[in-house]
Design a protein around this ligand. Sequence first.
Ligand SMILES: [Zn+2]
Length: 305
Amino acid sequence: MANRRKKARTQSKYRRRRLLLALIVIGLVGGAGWLIGTRQPAPKDKTEVSQEAEPSQPEISPPAEPEASEPEPEPEPVIQTPDDEWQLILASALNPLPAGYAPPELETVAPGYQVDSRMAPALKKMIAEAKTEGISLMVCSAYRSEERQKELYENKIAEHKATGKSDEEATAVAASIVLPPGTSEHQTGLAADIVTPENQNLDDSFAQTPAAKWMAEHSWKYGFILRYPQDKQEITNIIYEPWHFRYVGEEHAKAIYEGGYCLEEYLYGVLNYKRLELFVISPTAKPIETDEAQQSETETEMKEQ
Ligand SMILES: [Zn+2]
């Protein structure tokens, strides 16, 4: 019995100890919680400290902070033309212009033809100087609005649907003749189709004219490039167009001319712009006869008007 009582006493002693221990633990946890609780404003304290360490910071940093805290712009899958390099804007089937794109200001360079006002002086200068060398240049297509391009494209689809083709078939055929809105370089206002009164054919025969030869040789001096060269059709995906000239500015035009590049090669390969996958050209890809067809249609309408 004595043993049992002794055991019971010992047990209650243990219980008391456990209770005490539990209270200590609760106390510690509570204390820690309180400590954590009071430590919450610590970051504030820290900043105060660092502000003290660099006394000039608090006055300078608050106004600078909104700018500094702005997130870095994410790289976008489309080509980004820096604002000061507007002349390098790329419009193609693989790189369409943003919806609604239009040049900031237009200037008339020939009756009925307008271009981006920033390149108009260069175009006028080239035409004027060619004339002093006995070369007569004639603009036959320039800026084309998104609406106009859309109209041409939709007309072409309707034309093919009228022959009994399905929507899908008609669209595919139309897209191989007229560029869909946003993908024609004429929408940038930086391109012009230039011919000569003796040969206004938008075909390979134009390449043999003194006008075409003169432009191929001298246009870079005025900031223009032959945009769709014969040997770059697999990259540009557009047929050889010895009449289509594109303004890129004198510096870039010189580099492109001397390097023998097309615009895509120059932008992606030389200037290291984004979307390098552009060079993955399907071996079955054929240059599309776009400009020619849409041009002749425009011309016809122009003449009718
Ligand atoms: Zn053109």
